[in-house]
Structures are given as structure tokens and as C-alpha cells.
Design a protein around this ligand. Structure first.
Ligand SMILES: NC(=O)c1ccc[n+]([C@@H]2O[C@H](COP(=O)([O-])OP(=O)(O)OC[C@H]3O[C@@H](n4cnc5c(N)ncnc54)[C@H](OP(=O)(O)O)[C@@H]3O)[C@@H](O)[C@H]2O)c1
Length: 317
């Protein structure tokens, strides 16, 4: 089969499509998906650059790229009960190194769900990693619900644009932070109030929040001390010595005020997101669907750090 691989770590130019890559073998708890599309996430670029090669991503080179996927199931393992051959599915691999951007991808049954039916299968690939991150940060870590006041940074990006809509749907009053060009876009997602980080530092925000979700991963809790007060929860997306230590303290029940989200793929969360999409409560914004041979351009775009919504690689002709 064809596969998008890298033989060494480095800049986006190390990515290449090759033929003759072995088709994955279906395990008893897995499904094989004929891939329609994959979305590109900042983590794809980090993995390709070798960022986690000595820690969490030790899969050998050459290595397949890609974490998000949508497509049609062509094979199911003997213990698979929820999914059948022919189902249109979307999902994210929990294999830290990734490996789904190829003609066929193997995922655990628990990592995929039936794709939403109100959007194209290609566009469904935009959802799994980014929207599950937003859902798990807001609902599971921060307990966002009716009446909470929430501020989201990176509100126009892959994670942030889902987070604005999800927080609103959970019943919160939602405010966002983005750059000047994205203010109208973030307002259109349902934010009550939008701040321009190019014009105002966090200290200038005259508001109090129960939760600040740093989807952009550009801030520290201390940047928002006045807005969070003693009891507000700050959750970031980016691991650092400090955020890892804070998350450890939270898991040890010492202090739950500063958190770090680690997205994991769950068929229940994916099904919830598909329901919200099909009932018009959530909508992915697709900046661009790149063609298969534009993988280098797609990685260049995600590395800019200024994508609006999501970018996708489409495999279907
Ligand atoms: N821990 C996890 O499980 C997990 C999961 C998903 C993502 N992440 C991480 O979360 C981060 C965001 O992911 P993403 O998919 O949303 O990325 P993305 O689509 O590239 O979006 C990045 C966002 O950051 C904003 N931004 C750029 N420069 C900024 C600055 N100086 N100050 C404030 N905001 C700024 C951009 O807004 P403008 O374009 O308006 O500038 C954009 O909205 C990445 O670091 C990613 O690796 C972690």
C-alpha cells in the first residue's frame, strides 16, 4: 500500500509517500480502515522533528506519520462488536508515535466511532484529536457546566475553535483570546467576548474566570492570577517541567488548580462529538483540504502556529 513516512527526523522535507509499504494486519480488537483523510496536528510536526524520540515516541524509523483518520472499515478483528465492515468511521490512534497516513490504517475498536453523517467523511478527519482535547480538558478536567465562566486562548486554532463551541454547549459563558484577524471568526463561534492578544496582555483583561483553557499553550497560570483568583482552574495543552509537575500534584490530590491535558482517543467521546455535529451543536472549520502530494505544504502550514480551525490531507480522489 502507499504510506506517508519519514526515514529520518527533520524538517517537513523528510516526509515522503512510498509504495509497497506492508498493509497492517488486523488484530482481534482492531479494525482496518481504508483511509479517506487525516488531519494535520502540531504533534505530527513535533514527532517528525524527533521531539519525543527518546521519551514517548520510540517507534523505529522509517516511521509512518499521522494521528487522525477518517475512512471506511474494510476488516474487523474477531473480538470487535461495535463496528462492522462498511462502516464510515473517524478516530485517533493512541499510539504516541502515530502511523495512520496510508492507504489502510489499523486502529483499536476503542479508538474509533461511527463518523458524523451530516458532514463529509473527509471533513470528519478534522475532529478526533483536536475536539477530544477540548472536550477532555473542559468537561473532564475542569468540570465546565452551566453558569461557569471560561476563557480560551488560541480560540481560532484547531483545539480552540472546538473548545469555544464545546464550552458554550456545556452551558458556560465563553470568552476567547486570538489575534486581530480572527476576532470576527471567534465571535461567530459563540464567544461572548473576544480579546486580541496582539493589543492586550493578559493583565489587561478586566474579568474573572472559573476556568482558563490555554489551548494555544502559550501562557502560565501566573499570567492570569488576577483573573483566576484563588479558586480558578488553569489548564494547558503543552507539557513542560512545570506543567507536568502541576499535573502530578493534581493527580496526587495536592492541588487541582493548574492542569495539563493529555488527549486520549475514546469511542464514547468520539460518539458524543459525532452526535453534537449531527445536531448542529458543533461544527469543524476547515481552513483547507490539501491533496496527498501536498503533505510538505500542510506541515509548513501547521508549523506557522496560525491555522484557522483545521487542515486536512485528503486521500480520496
Ligand atoms: N496535550 C495534548 O493532549 C494536546 C492535544 C492537542 C494539542 N496540543 C497542543 O496544543 C497546542 C495548540 O494546538 P492546535 O491544534 O490548536 O494548534 P493550531 O491549530 O496551530 O492553533 C494554534 C493557535 O495558537 C494561537 N497563537 C499563535 N501564537 C500565539 C501567541 N503568541 N499568543 C496566543 N495565541 C497564539 C493561534 O491564534 P492566531 O492564529 O489568532 O494567532 C492559533 O489559534 C499545540 O502546542 C499542540 O501541540 C496538545
Amino acid at each position: 500500500m502507499e504510506a506517508c513516512i519519514y526515514k529520518k527526523f527533520g524538517k517537513e522535507g523528510v516526509l515522503e509517500w512510498v509504495g509497497g509499504w506492508p498493509k497492517p494486519v488486523c488484530k482481534s480488537d482492531s479494525v482496518i480502515v481504508e483511509v479517506a483523510a487525516s488531519s494535520i496536528n502540531p504533534k505530527d510536526a513535533l514527532l517528525r522533528s524527533g521531539k519525543f524520540s527518546r521519551t514517548l515516541a520510540r517507534d523505529p524509523l522509517p516511521r509512518l506519520t499521522g494521528l487522525d483518520v477518517s475512512g471506511t472499515v474494510v476488516e474487523v478483528g474477531g473480538n470487535v462488536a461495535r463496528i462492522k465492515v462498511g462502516d464510515a468511521v473517524f478516530g485517533m490512534t493512541n499510539n504516541f508515535s502515530g502511523g495512520v497516513l496510508s492507504t489502510f490504517a489499523e486502529l483499536k475498536e476503542t479508538e474509533v466511532a461511527k463518523a458524523p453523517i451530516s458532514i463529509s467523511l473527509v471533513n470528519a478527519a478534522s475532529i478526533p484529536l483536536a475536539a477530544q482535547t477540548a472536550l477532555q480538558a473542559l468537561r473532564d478536567i475542569c468540570g465546565v457546566n452551566q453558569g461557569k465562566k471560561v476563557l480560551i486562548t488560541g480560540a481560532s486554532g484547531g483545539v480552540g475553535h472546538f473548545a469555544i463551541q464545546i464550552a458554550k454547549h456545556l452551558g458556560a459563558e465563553v470568552h476567547g483570546i486570538c489575534s486581530t484577524d480572527n476576532i470576527e471568526f471567534v465571535s461567530s463561534l459563540g464567544a461572548h467576548c473576544v480579546y486580541d492578544y496582539r493589543k492586550n496582555k493578559p493583565a489587561a483583561i478586566d474579568n474573572q474566570y472559573d476556568v482558563i483553557f490555554d489551548a494555544a499553550g502559550r501562557y502560565k497560570r501566573e499570567d492570569f492570577s488576577p483573573q483566576l483568583g484563588k479558586n480558578g482552574i488553569f489548564v494547558t495543552t503543552v507539557p513542560s517541567g512545570k506543567s507536568l509537575l502541576s499535573e502530578l500534584m493534581a493527580r496526587l490530590k495536592i492541588s487541582k488548580k493548574s492542569r495539563l491535558v493529555f488527549v486520549h482517543s475514546s469511542h464514547k467521546d468520539l460518539s458524543q462529538l459525532a452526535d453534537w455535529i449531527d445536531s448542529s451543536k458543533l461544527s469543524p472549520h476547515i481552513q483547507k483540504v490539501y491533496e496527498k502530494n501536498e503533505i510538505v505544504e500542510a506541515h509548513t502550514q501547521i508549523q506557522s502556529g496560525h491555522s484557522r480551525g483545521k487542515i486536512i490531507i485528503g486521500l480520496m480522489p
